[in-house]
Design a protein around this ligand. Structure first.
Ligand code: ADE
Length: 366
Protein backbone atom coordinates (compact mmCIF):
# COMPACT_ATOMS: atom_id res chain seq x y z
CA UNK A 1 0.00 0.00 0.00
CA UNK A 2 2.77 2.42 0.92
CA UNK A 3 3.71 2.82 -2.68
CA UNK A 4 0.40 4.54 -3.37
CA UNK A 5 0.70 7.18 -0.66
CA UNK A 6 1.81 10.72 -1.50
CA UNK A 7 0.50 10.31 -5.04
CA UNK A 8 -1.36 13.45 -6.14
CA UNK A 9 -4.27 12.68 -8.45
CA UNK A 10 -6.36 15.31 -10.23
CA UNK A 11 -9.76 14.52 -11.71
CA UNK A 12 -12.33 16.41 -13.77
CA UNK A 13 -15.97 15.34 -13.41
CA UNK A 14 -19.15 16.68 -14.99
CA UNK A 15 -22.71 17.21 -13.82
CA UNK A 16 -25.62 15.21 -15.16
CA UNK A 17 -29.16 16.14 -16.08
CA UNK A 18 -31.90 13.65 -15.29
CA UNK A 19 -34.34 13.03 -18.14
CA UNK A 20 -36.38 10.69 -15.94
CA UNK A 21 -36.17 12.21 -12.48
CA UNK A 22 -35.10 11.02 -9.06
CA UNK A 23 -37.35 12.55 -6.40
CA UNK A 24 -37.78 10.61 -3.18
CA UNK A 25 -35.71 8.36 -0.97
CA UNK A 26 -36.70 5.07 0.62
CA UNK A 27 -37.33 5.33 4.34
CA UNK A 28 -36.03 2.96 7.00
CA UNK A 29 -37.66 -0.44 6.48
CA UNK A 30 -38.70 0.25 2.83
CA UNK A 31 -35.91 -1.96 1.41
CA UNK A 32 -33.66 0.42 3.29
CA UNK A 33 -31.32 -0.41 6.15
CA UNK A 34 -30.10 3.16 6.62
CA UNK A 35 -31.58 6.43 5.26
CA UNK A 36 -28.00 7.79 4.98
CA UNK A 37 -27.49 5.41 2.04
CA UNK A 38 -29.62 7.69 -0.21
CA UNK A 39 -31.62 4.81 -1.70
CA UNK A 40 -34.17 6.03 -4.27
CA UNK A 41 -37.82 5.03 -4.62
CA UNK A 42 -37.40 4.78 -8.40
CA UNK A 43 -34.74 4.27 -11.03
CA UNK A 44 -33.70 7.35 -13.01
CA UNK A 45 -32.04 8.17 -16.33
CA UNK A 46 -29.63 10.99 -17.17
CA UNK A 47 -27.20 12.47 -19.62
CA UNK A 48 -23.77 13.66 -18.55
CA UNK A 49 -23.18 17.28 -19.61
CA UNK A 50 -20.06 18.70 -21.21
CA UNK A 51 -20.11 22.50 -21.46
CA UNK A 52 -16.38 22.86 -22.19
CA UNK A 53 -14.83 25.54 -19.98
CA UNK A 54 -17.64 25.66 -17.42
CA UNK A 55 -19.99 23.34 -15.52
CA UNK A 56 -17.43 20.91 -14.17
CA UNK A 57 -15.52 20.14 -10.98
CA UNK A 58 -11.76 19.73 -10.71
CA UNK A 59 -10.48 17.94 -7.64
CA UNK A 60 -6.93 17.09 -6.55
CA UNK A 61 -6.29 14.66 -3.71
CA UNK A 62 -3.30 13.18 -1.93
CA UNK A 63 -3.13 10.71 0.96
CA UNK A 64 -0.05 11.05 3.12
CA UNK A 65 1.28 9.94 6.52
CA UNK A 66 2.37 13.58 6.87
CA UNK A 67 -1.26 14.58 7.54
CA UNK A 68 -2.87 14.32 10.96
CA UNK A 69 -6.38 14.98 9.69
CA UNK A 70 -8.39 15.33 6.50
CA UNK A 71 -8.28 18.84 5.05
CA UNK A 72 -10.62 20.10 2.35
CA UNK A 73 -10.42 23.33 0.38
CA UNK A 74 -13.42 24.17 -1.81
CA UNK A 75 -13.23 27.12 -4.21
CA UNK A 76 -10.14 28.40 -2.39
CA UNK A 77 -11.71 28.27 1.08
CA UNK A 78 -10.75 25.90 3.90
CA UNK A 79 -13.86 23.91 4.90
CA UNK A 80 -14.96 23.01 8.42
CA UNK A 81 -14.85 19.20 8.56
CA UNK A 82 -17.08 19.21 11.67
CA UNK A 83 -19.95 20.56 9.57
CA UNK A 84 -22.44 17.61 9.63
CA UNK A 85 -23.32 17.94 5.94
CA UNK A 86 -19.68 17.79 4.99
CA UNK A 87 -18.87 14.88 7.30
CA UNK A 88 -21.74 12.95 5.70
CA UNK A 89 -20.26 13.56 2.27
CA UNK A 90 -16.87 12.48 3.48
CA UNK A 91 -18.24 9.07 4.44
CA UNK A 92 -17.35 8.40 0.80
CA UNK A 93 -13.63 8.86 1.58
CA UNK A 94 -13.97 6.42 4.52
CA UNK A 95 -15.44 3.84 2.11
CA UNK A 96 -12.52 4.28 -0.28
CA UNK A 97 -10.03 3.99 2.59
CA UNK A 98 -11.78 0.76 3.71
CA UNK A 99 -11.44 -0.69 0.20
CA UNK A 100 -7.74 0.24 0.17
CA UNK A 101 -7.16 -1.03 3.73
CA UNK A 102 -5.59 2.23 4.93
CA UNK A 103 -6.40 4.92 7.50
CA UNK A 104 -4.16 7.58 6.00
CA UNK A 105 -5.49 11.14 6.00
CA UNK A 106 -5.96 13.22 2.88
CA UNK A 107 -5.62 16.74 1.53
CA UNK A 108 -8.38 17.54 -0.96
CA UNK A 109 -8.49 20.69 -3.05
CA UNK A 110 -11.51 21.21 -5.28
CA UNK A 111 -12.86 23.94 -7.54
CA UNK A 112 -16.37 24.03 -8.99
CA UNK A 113 -16.40 25.80 -12.34
CA UNK A 114 -20.06 26.73 -12.20
CA UNK A 115 -21.41 30.25 -12.82
CA UNK A 116 -21.66 32.06 -9.47
CA UNK A 117 -25.11 31.83 -7.90
CA UNK A 118 -26.36 29.85 -10.88
CA UNK A 119 -28.28 27.56 -8.60
CA UNK A 120 -27.00 24.72 -10.74
CA UNK A 121 -26.02 21.75 -8.62
CA UNK A 122 -22.31 21.09 -8.34
CA UNK A 123 -22.79 18.28 -5.82
CA UNK A 124 -22.99 15.54 -8.48
CA UNK A 125 -19.78 16.50 -10.26
CA UNK A 126 -18.18 17.33 -6.89
CA UNK A 127 -18.84 13.94 -5.34
CA UNK A 128 -18.03 12.02 -8.53
CA UNK A 129 -14.68 13.81 -8.77
CA UNK A 130 -13.94 13.20 -5.08
CA UNK A 131 -14.70 9.47 -5.14
CA UNK A 132 -12.97 8.79 -8.45
CA UNK A 133 -9.86 10.76 -7.44
CA UNK A 134 -9.65 9.08 -4.02
CA UNK A 135 -9.94 5.61 -5.59
CA UNK A 136 -7.20 6.39 -8.11
CA UNK A 137 -4.91 7.96 -5.49
CA UNK A 138 -5.10 4.82 -3.34
CA UNK A 139 -4.97 2.55 -6.38
CA UNK A 140 -8.25 0.86 -5.45
CA UNK A 141 -9.07 -1.76 -8.06
CA UNK A 142 -12.82 -1.91 -8.26
CA UNK A 143 -15.60 -1.45 -10.79
CA UNK A 144 -17.04 1.90 -11.82
CA UNK A 145 -20.42 0.58 -10.57
CA UNK A 146 -18.95 0.13 -7.08
CA UNK A 147 -17.58 3.68 -7.19
CA UNK A 148 -21.05 4.89 -8.23
CA UNK A 149 -22.49 3.14 -5.15
CA UNK A 150 -20.03 5.06 -2.97
CA UNK A 151 -20.67 8.40 -4.72
CA UNK A 152 -24.43 7.86 -4.16
CA UNK A 153 -23.82 7.87 -0.40
CA UNK A 154 -22.26 11.35 -0.71
CA UNK A 155 -25.07 12.76 -2.85
CA UNK A 156 -27.75 10.58 -4.52
CA UNK A 157 -27.55 11.72 -8.13
CA UNK A 158 -23.73 11.90 -8.00
CA UNK A 159 -23.71 8.18 -8.83
CA UNK A 160 -24.85 9.03 -12.37
CA UNK A 161 -21.88 11.37 -12.94
CA UNK A 162 -19.58 8.37 -12.53
CA UNK A 163 -20.32 7.58 -16.19
CA UNK A 164 -20.48 9.54 -19.43
CA UNK A 165 -23.23 9.40 -22.05
CA UNK A 166 -26.70 8.11 -21.17
CA UNK A 167 -26.83 6.67 -17.67
CA UNK A 168 -29.32 4.56 -15.70
CA UNK A 169 -29.36 4.61 -11.92
CA UNK A 170 -31.05 1.36 -10.95
CA UNK A 171 -33.36 1.59 -7.95
CA UNK A 172 -32.19 -1.73 -6.53
CA UNK A 173 -33.92 -3.73 -3.79
CA UNK A 174 -31.19 -4.51 -1.30
CA UNK A 175 -31.45 -2.67 2.07
CA UNK A 176 -27.65 -2.25 2.07
CA UNK A 177 -27.73 -0.38 -1.25
CA UNK A 178 -25.23 -2.63 -3.03
CA UNK A 179 -27.56 -2.97 -6.04
CA UNK A 180 -28.55 0.71 -6.23
CA UNK A 181 -25.84 1.65 -8.69
CA UNK A 182 -25.41 3.56 -11.93
CA UNK A 183 -24.45 2.04 -15.27
CA UNK A 184 -23.91 3.43 -18.73
CA UNK A 185 -26.78 2.65 -21.12
CA UNK A 186 -25.21 4.36 -24.18
CA UNK A 187 -21.86 6.08 -24.59
CA UNK A 188 -21.32 9.79 -25.17
CA UNK A 189 -20.72 9.16 -28.88
CA UNK A 190 -23.87 7.12 -29.44
CA UNK A 191 -26.10 10.05 -30.50
CA UNK A 192 -23.84 12.90 -31.68
CA UNK A 193 -26.69 14.80 -33.25
CA UNK A 194 -28.03 16.11 -29.93
CA UNK A 195 -27.52 19.53 -28.47
CA UNK A 196 -28.22 20.70 -24.92
CA UNK A 197 -28.76 24.18 -23.51
CA UNK A 198 -28.87 25.12 -19.85
CA UNK A 199 -30.96 28.29 -19.54
CA UNK A 200 -30.65 30.24 -16.32
CA UNK A 201 -33.71 32.17 -15.22
CA UNK A 202 -33.10 33.36 -11.69
CA UNK A 203 -30.35 34.15 -9.23
CA UNK A 204 -32.53 33.71 -6.17
CA UNK A 205 -31.56 31.09 -3.61
CA UNK A 206 -34.20 28.40 -3.43
CA UNK A 207 -36.53 28.33 -0.45
CA UNK A 208 -36.26 24.61 0.21
CA UNK A 209 -33.34 22.26 -0.46
CA UNK A 210 -33.87 19.19 -2.66
CA UNK A 211 -33.12 16.94 0.27
CA UNK A 212 -35.78 18.54 2.51
CA UNK A 213 -38.21 18.94 -0.39
CA UNK A 214 -38.20 15.29 -1.48
CA UNK A 215 -38.60 14.14 2.11
CA UNK A 216 -41.65 16.34 2.47
CA UNK A 217 -43.14 15.09 -0.81
CA UNK A 218 -42.72 11.42 0.14
CA UNK A 219 -44.29 12.12 3.54
CA UNK A 220 -47.31 14.17 2.42
CA UNK A 221 -48.17 13.90 -1.30
CA UNK A 222 -50.95 11.48 -2.24
CA UNK A 223 -50.12 11.99 -5.89
CA UNK A 224 -46.55 10.85 -5.21
CA UNK A 225 -47.81 7.30 -4.59
CA UNK A 226 -48.20 6.95 -8.36
CA UNK A 227 -44.76 8.37 -9.09
CA UNK A 228 -42.36 5.44 -8.56
CA UNK A 229 -44.23 3.13 -10.95
CA UNK A 230 -44.57 5.85 -13.62
CA UNK A 231 -40.86 6.70 -13.45
CA UNK A 232 -39.82 3.05 -13.49
CA UNK A 233 -41.81 2.49 -16.70
CA UNK A 234 -40.34 5.61 -18.30
CA UNK A 235 -36.76 4.56 -17.57
CA UNK A 236 -37.44 1.49 -19.71
CA UNK A 237 -39.27 3.46 -22.43
CA UNK A 238 -36.64 6.18 -22.74
CA UNK A 239 -33.88 3.60 -23.21
CA UNK A 240 -35.85 2.19 -26.12
CA UNK A 241 -36.29 5.71 -27.58
CA UNK A 242 -32.57 6.48 -27.27
CA UNK A 243 -31.62 3.09 -28.73
CA UNK A 244 -33.83 3.84 -31.78
CA UNK A 245 -32.70 7.51 -31.84
CA UNK A 246 -36.40 8.35 -31.82
CA UNK A 247 -36.27 12.02 -30.81
CA UNK A 248 -40.06 12.52 -30.72
CA UNK A 249 -40.55 9.61 -28.32
CA UNK A 250 -37.63 10.68 -26.13
CA UNK A 251 -38.80 14.32 -25.99
CA UNK A 252 -42.32 13.34 -24.96
CA UNK A 253 -41.01 11.19 -22.08
CA UNK A 254 -38.63 13.94 -20.89
CA UNK A 255 -41.32 16.66 -20.79
CA UNK A 256 -44.01 14.42 -19.28
CA UNK A 257 -41.63 13.23 -16.58
CA UNK A 258 -40.42 16.63 -15.41
CA UNK A 259 -44.02 17.89 -15.16
CA UNK A 260 -45.04 14.74 -13.29
CA UNK A 261 -42.31 15.35 -10.72
CA UNK A 262 -43.26 19.02 -10.37
CA UNK A 263 -46.92 17.99 -9.94
CA UNK A 264 -45.95 15.89 -6.90
CA UNK A 265 -44.09 18.94 -5.56
CA UNK A 266 -47.21 21.08 -5.92
CA UNK A 267 -49.17 18.30 -4.21
CA UNK A 268 -46.80 18.39 -1.23
CA UNK A 269 -48.05 19.93 2.04
CA UNK A 270 -47.02 22.70 2.34
CA UNK A 271 -46.60 22.98 -1.46
CA UNK A 272 -43.18 23.23 -3.06
CA UNK A 273 -42.79 25.43 -6.14
CA UNK A 274 -39.43 25.49 -7.86
CA UNK A 275 -40.60 26.84 -11.22
CA UNK A 276 -40.99 30.60 -11.70
CA UNK A 277 -42.90 32.66 -14.30
CA UNK A 278 -39.94 32.55 -16.66
CA UNK A 279 -39.78 28.75 -16.43
CA UNK A 280 -43.46 28.72 -17.42
CA UNK A 281 -42.80 31.05 -20.37
CA UNK A 282 -40.09 28.62 -21.54
CA UNK A 283 -42.53 25.69 -21.30
CA UNK A 284 -45.17 27.54 -23.36
CA UNK A 285 -42.58 28.71 -25.91
CA UNK A 286 -41.31 25.19 -26.48
CA UNK A 287 -44.75 23.62 -26.60
CA UNK A 288 -45.62 26.34 -29.16
CA UNK A 289 -42.55 25.68 -31.29
CA UNK A 290 -43.22 21.93 -31.31
CA UNK A 291 -46.85 22.58 -32.27
CA UNK A 292 -45.80 24.84 -35.18
CA UNK A 293 -43.32 22.28 -36.48
CA UNK A 294 -45.79 19.43 -36.16
CA UNK A 295 -43.10 17.37 -34.42
CA UNK A 296 -40.91 17.56 -31.36
CA UNK A 297 -38.13 20.02 -32.19
CA UNK A 298 -37.01 20.15 -28.57
CA UNK A 299 -37.76 19.10 -25.01
CA UNK A 300 -37.51 20.96 -21.70
CA UNK A 301 -36.65 19.55 -18.32
CA UNK A 302 -36.48 21.24 -14.90
CA UNK A 303 -34.81 19.86 -11.79
CA UNK A 304 -35.56 21.21 -8.33
CA UNK A 305 -35.10 24.79 -9.52
CA UNK A 306 -36.29 27.30 -12.13
CA UNK A 307 -33.51 26.75 -14.69
CA UNK A 308 -34.46 24.96 -17.88
CA UNK A 309 -32.41 22.34 -19.61
CA UNK A 310 -33.37 22.15 -23.28
CA UNK A 311 -32.50 19.24 -25.55
CA UNK A 312 -32.82 19.38 -29.32
CA UNK A 313 -31.34 18.02 -32.52
CA UNK A 314 -28.41 20.07 -33.86
CA UNK A 315 -30.47 21.01 -36.95
CA UNK A 316 -33.09 22.68 -34.76
CA UNK A 317 -30.64 24.48 -32.48
CA UNK A 318 -30.91 27.88 -34.22
CA UNK A 319 -34.72 27.94 -34.16
CA UNK A 320 -34.78 26.88 -30.53
CA UNK A 321 -32.19 29.50 -29.54
CA UNK A 322 -34.12 32.25 -31.33
CA UNK A 323 -37.29 31.25 -29.54
CA UNK A 324 -35.54 31.27 -26.15
CA UNK A 325 -33.90 34.65 -26.83
CA UNK A 326 -37.36 36.19 -27.16
CA UNK A 327 -38.23 35.31 -23.57
CA UNK A 328 -37.87 38.10 -21.01
CA UNK A 329 -35.89 36.98 -17.96
CA UNK A 330 -33.81 34.23 -19.58
CA UNK A 331 -30.49 35.43 -18.23
CA UNK A 332 -28.04 33.13 -19.93
CA UNK A 333 -28.01 29.94 -21.95
CA UNK A 334 -24.96 27.68 -21.67
CA UNK A 335 -24.46 25.37 -24.63
CA UNK A 336 -23.47 21.82 -23.81
CA UNK A 337 -23.24 18.39 -25.35
CA UNK A 338 -23.33 14.90 -24.01
CA UNK A 339 -20.07 14.36 -22.17
CA UNK A 340 -17.75 11.75 -20.75
CA UNK A 341 -17.37 10.37 -17.23
CA UNK A 342 -14.59 11.41 -14.81
CA UNK A 343 -11.18 11.97 -16.38
CA UNK A 344 -7.72 11.98 -14.84
CA UNK A 345 -5.86 15.21 -15.61
CA UNK A 346 -2.12 15.80 -15.95
CA UNK A 347 0.17 16.83 -13.13
CA UNK A 348 0.32 20.36 -14.58
CA UNK A 349 -3.43 20.68 -13.86
CA UNK A 350 -2.98 19.78 -10.20
CA UNK A 351 -4.44 22.06 -7.51
CA UNK A 352 -1.87 20.63 -5.05
CA UNK A 353 1.88 21.34 -5.20
CA UNK A 354 3.38 17.86 -5.67
CA UNK A 355 6.61 18.76 -3.83
CA UNK A 356 5.24 20.51 -0.75
CA UNK A 357 1.82 18.74 -0.67
CA UNK A 358 0.20 22.14 -0.05
CA UNK A 359 -2.66 23.69 -2.00
CA UNK A 360 -1.42 25.76 -4.89
CA UNK A 361 -2.38 29.40 -4.87
CA UNK A 362 -4.53 29.24 -7.95
CA UNK A 363 -5.90 32.23 -9.75
CA UNK A 364 -9.02 30.39 -10.82
CA UNK A 365 -10.44 29.90 -7.32
CA UNK A 366 -13.51 31.95 -6.68
N1 ADE B 1 -20.07 19.62 -2.93
C1 ADE B 1 -20.23 20.59 -3.85
N2 ADE B 1 -19.12 20.73 -4.58
C2 ADE B 1 -18.23 19.82 -4.11
C3 ADE B 1 -16.89 19.48 -4.45
N3 ADE B 1 -16.27 20.12 -5.45
N4 ADE B 1 -16.28 18.50 -3.77
C4 ADE B 1 -16.93 17.87 -2.77
N5 ADE B 1 -18.18 18.13 -2.39
C5 ADE B 1 -18.83 19.11 -3.05
Amino acid sequence: MDAMLDKVVTVLARPNMALVKYWGKRRLGEDCGDPKLNLPLNSSFSITLDAGHELFTKTSIVFSERFERDTFYLDGKLQDMDNPELSERFLTIEKIRELAGVKTKALIVSVNYFPTASGLASSASGLAALVFAAAKALDVKTSQEKLSEIARIGSGSACRSMFGGFVVWERGRSPDGTDSVARQAFGEDYWRDLSVMVCMTSQKKKKISSRAGMKQTVATSELYRLRPEIAERRVIEIQRAVKDKDFDAMAEIIMADTMNMHATMLDTRPPIMYLNDISKDIIYAIEGLNEEKGRKACAYTFDAGPHACIICRKDDEKDVMNRLKGIDGVERCIKARIGAGPEILQESDSLIDVDTLLPKKHKEAR
